[in-house]
Write a protein that binds this ligand. Sequence first.
Ligand SMILES: *Cc1c(COP(=O)(O)O)cnc(C)c1O
Length: 400
Amino acid sequence: MVDFTGIRTPFYCYDLDLLRDTVDLASAEADRYGYIIHYAIKANNDPVIAGIIRDRGMGADCVSGNEVRRSIEVGFPVRGIVFAGVGKTDEEINFALDKDIFCLNCESVEELQVINEIAGRRGEIARVALRINPAVPAGTHRHITTGMDENKFGISLPHLQTALDLCSNSENLEFLGLHFHIGSQIASLGPYRELCERVNLIWKEYNIEEYGGYVLNLGGGYGIDYNDPEGNPIPDFASFFALFSDNLRLPGGTEVHFELGRSLVGQCGRLVSRVLYTKKGVGKNFVITDAGMTELMRPSLYQAVHRIINISSSGEPETYDVVGPVCESTDVFARDTVLPLTKRGDLIQILSCGAYAESMTLRFNLRDTAGSVYISNGEIISVTRTEAIDTSESVSATIG
Ligand SMILES: *Cc1c(COP(=O)(O)O)cnc(C)c1O
């Protein structure tokens, strides 16, 4: 067991060996079919993590100008960068064109018009793909479903023809193809099978090939096992990619791209936290940790379940609510969960925190930013410590 003595809690702990194994497997399975993977950097933009993925030859999928900037800083090749998002600003569009990234994934006819205007002013041609809202249910939590009519994402099918016409009539747009991303933490392959059928139909019905479309980007969303991360640390990428190979019916020469986030990085990270108090309530016992929703927002945001272990105790099992110190009633990591008898000072680990934990950090309550610890071969290889933040400095800078 890794010795964390002397490291200030809470912190994220990343297992770089598991990350490498996961990314290697995903790459190998995608390579069988010539599929291209872009890492969805919003899952975790830590430069060490992103750097390992870049070294494996993947591209990057971004949803903000600053993510494009981070991806370039980390060394992803600009021609491997794609940029989606329903609300790209003019500044972000200009930045993407400055850097000449591979593709802007457009989410509305209105955005397409703006990109055409901006590219026209620059005397350039912007490469675009159209993000389609295919109305495919993802079978996941409704807060992380993206491909239904009620969702803000993508161009819905009644507007696709207008978007295609706009592309072919605009001198400053080059149409590359179609983009889809139907949701996140998708636990079974059923929704992807349905997506393939929908894509096959759309590609034919709208003559995508005749518009010059050769890029099919299927997004990400493949889930991980939050209930048994130790028993099931690496997602079944073989079945995932085979499903697309078996079900897609596209013209030869079509490039198939994916944007994987959680499935690559989710299991390599954990959040390590110290127990501040065990508090007796009415009909409940609370374990109060020094980590809160500010370090891991998923449970309060969409009732996500994470496995929690106490690595300091081997006492008798007890039932607890594990909660953070933040002033919100939803700052709860788990209700009625069983841990060995827990006491002040114990180290608690919340598993499966590699994705959408550190990258969703909040400064609410003026909380300090948690640091990171990287482990390889069971040993700590480096630590980034963000010390307690001195708020007086920024105040005097503002007030003068
Ligand atoms: C978030 C996102 C992804 C990655 O989703 P995961 O569930 O982490 O795989 C891919 N594409 C787009 C457009 C996204 O917004």
